[in-house]
Design a protein around this ligand. Structure first.
Ligand code: TXA
Ligand code: MG
Length: 312
């Protein structure tokens, strides 16, 4: 695409959103299905398209911190985290500042709001062109793995979108880290920005003991392929597909190595695409190798446990 074609595509997506329609947008984490955050009818259509329960609130995506401040109340900790990690894969849950900027339905009626500045320039360009926040859940149908390629996003929810922008494969491949700053800082969803990185800026994070209540979207079975998922598998059994990790793994037509060198960032970027690829082989189950749980491994482990249908 030439620059002008890209600009025209950004404008068309912004116009689609302004007219109340949905748009597929690339972000650095996963593809999102976007709607104008201030438009309750568009947001209702978004919940409908995903088959998403309405008690599960959405993330407001903003172009920059200034737009974020129109939506949520930033204390010192929030400003420090925004300055450290935005644009990028960190979502902050803050007290709501303007309940109309991100409509009630988008917040599932809560008096808090989730906000992030996406790292992908195309997403930021569309939000800037619209001039106000967009809500953008992952572009999968509810409960399925998040799409990390344009083709996967179109397959999941393309039929519901009036515009769709191809930003290439998602560099991160896992959804943003969600941190609540309502009282003590809490990690609601591990993600690409690690616990260690956040604690280096604002100090210790409390655990979200009851995370289903505090982050309503955190259902036990989520990110799930069609086949059952079996974790901590040293090797595949008959008729199983296998997600391997690291050197010396078995090879075969149904084996997908998340990172032959044992690199967690590479494994994260490949995770959802390889779950889908494994699923396409129609296996009896998808076995998954043990993966370290430090750093980025915490988020990979979280997604795998939910894909398997249980939460630790
Ligand atoms: O990386 C991402 O965050 C992607 C891309 C597209 O930006 N989006 C995404 O959105 O993962 P979604 O809707 O799939 O996940 C939003 C998460 C859910 O777990 C939801 O419950 C939580 O954020 N959330 C949103 N608002 C909240 C709030 N006010 N309090 C607690 N949790 C909230
Ligand atoms: Mg999602």
């Amino acid at each position: 695409m030439t620059m002008t074609q890209a600009d025209a595509a950004v404008d068309r997506a912004a116009q689609a959103l302004a007219s109340g329609a949905l748009a597929i947008l690339p972000t650095e984490t996963v593809y999102g299905l976007a709607a104008d955050a201030a438009d309750p009818r568009a947001v209702a259509a978004l919940f409908q398209a995903k088959g998403r329960p309405r008690f599960n609130p959405l993330i407001a995506h903003v172009a920059d911190l200034a737009m974020g401040r129109r939506v949520g109340v930033f204390d010192e900790r929030a400003v420090a985290l925004a300055q450290a990690f935005w644009p990028g894969p960190l979502t902050l849950v803050l007290p709501v500042a303007d309940g109309d900027a991100v409509c009630d339905l988008a917040r599932a009626g809560l008096d808090s709001v989730a906000i992030r500045v996406p790292g992908h320039p195309i997403a930021r360009a569309v939000i800037a062109a619209l001039g106000r926040p967009v809500v953008a859940p992952s572009a999968n149908r509810s409960g399925r793995p998040s799409p990390t390629t344009f083709a996967d996003a179109l397959e999941e929810t393309g039929v519901f979108a009036l515009a769709a922008l191809d930003g290439g494969p998602c560099a991160v491949g896992l959804e943003s880290t969600v941190v609540a700053l309502l009282d003590d800082p809490r990690l609601l969803r591990p993600g690409a920005v690690t616990r260690e990185q956040i604690e280096a800026v604002i100090g210790p994070l409390a655990e979200a003991e009851d995370d289903a209540r505090r982050s309503p979207g955190r259902m036990a079975r989520h990110y799930a392929p069609q086949a059952p998922v079996r974790l901590e598998a040293a090797a595949p059994e008959a008729d199983e597909a296998y997600l391997a990790f690291g050197p010396g793994a078995p090879e075969g037509p149904r084996v997908f190595n998340l990172s032959p060198t044992g690199d967690l960032a590479e494994a994260a970027a490949n995770l959802f695409a390889y779950l889908r690829a494994a699923d396409r082989t129609a296996p009896r189950a998808i076995a998954v190798a043990p993966i370290p749980t430090h750093g980025l491994g915490e988020a990979i482990d979280d997604r795998l446990r939910r894909a398997a249908g249980f939460v630790g």
